[in-house]
Design a binder for this molecule. Sequence first.
Ligand SMILES: Cc1ncc(C[n+]2csc(CCOP(=O)(O)OP(=O)(O)O)c2C)c(N)n1
Ligand SMILES: [Mg+2]
Length: 272
Amino acid sequence: MDKPDVQQLEGMAKQIRRDIIRMLVESASGHPGGSLSAVEIVTALYFQEMRIDSANPRWPDRDRFILSKGHAAPVLFSALAERGYFPKEELLTFRKINSRLQGHPDMNKAPGVEMSTGSLGQGMSAAVGMALAGKLDKKDYRIFVLLGDGEVEEGQVWEAAMAAAQYKLDNITAFLDDNGLQIDGPCAEVMSAEPLDEKFKAFGWHVEKINGHSFPEIAEAIARAKKIKGKPTMIIAKTVKGKGVSYMENQVGWHGNAPSREQGEQALAELV
Ligand SMILES: Cc1ncc(C[n+]2csc(CCOP(=O)(O)OP(=O)(O)O)c2C)c(N)n1
Ligand SMILES: [Mg+2]
C-alpha cells in the first residue's frame, strides 16, 4: 500500500469518525468520547506507520497495536474494517449478540485484534510482554500501545512501565491519549497522575509531547522514537475528548453514552 499524504490521512480520519458515530447510533451504546479523541493516532498507525497485512492478520513479523483503553473499541474496529480486515458492513453489528465486534475488543473473535482489553491497565502489560518476546526472538517488529490518561491511574501501568525500561524495550512505542477526562470527571479531580512526562522519564522512558490531532507531529514523534536505543518511548498526545462533534467535545457526559439517531444525524452533518 502506498503511504498516504496528510490530506489523505485527514480524509480517512473523517471517515473513521463517521463510522464511529454510525456504529454507536446502531448499537445505542458504547464510548464515543475516547474513540473520537484517538482517531488521528489510530489512523496514523494503521494507514501510515505499521507493517501489517490485512490478508494475513497473524503474520509473525507484523507490527502489533494494542488498544489498552479497550472501551475505545469503535475506533479500532473502524480502522480494521477500513484497512480491510473484515467487511465494513460488519461495523453495524457492533455490540450485538453473536457479533465478532463486542463492546471491548476480543482477540479470539475480531480479525486483527492483538489483545483482548477493557480492564484498564492490562493492555500495557501485554504490550510489554510482546515487545520482550520480539527481543528474545530477535525480531524487528514494533509494538504500539494506546493508553488513556484515566487509565494511567491504574497501578499495573507503572509496573509494566518499570519492566519495559528494565528490559530496555526500545521496540515499544506507547501513546497516551491525554484528553483530560475519564469516566466521570477530569483526571485532575478524580486522581491526578501528573506530571506524566516527569513520571515516565523517572520510570526510564523517553518522552515526547505532541498535539495528538496533528498527523505531522504524530509521524515525527514515531520517527524519533524509532531512533531511541535502549529505552521505550511514551508519546503524550494532547487531545480533545469527543473531537470532531461539537456537542461532544470536552464533555465528560459523552464518555460512555451513545448518540440518539437525531444526535447522530447532527454529528454526521458536521463530519463532512
Ligand atoms: C480496571 C478498570 N477499572 C474501571 C473501568 C471502568 N472504566 C471504563 S473507561 C474508564 C475511564 C477511562 O478514562 P481514560 O483512560 O481517560 O479514557 P478516555 O478518556 O480516553 O475514554 C473507566 C474508569 C475499567 N474499564 N477497568
Ligand atoms: Mg481520558
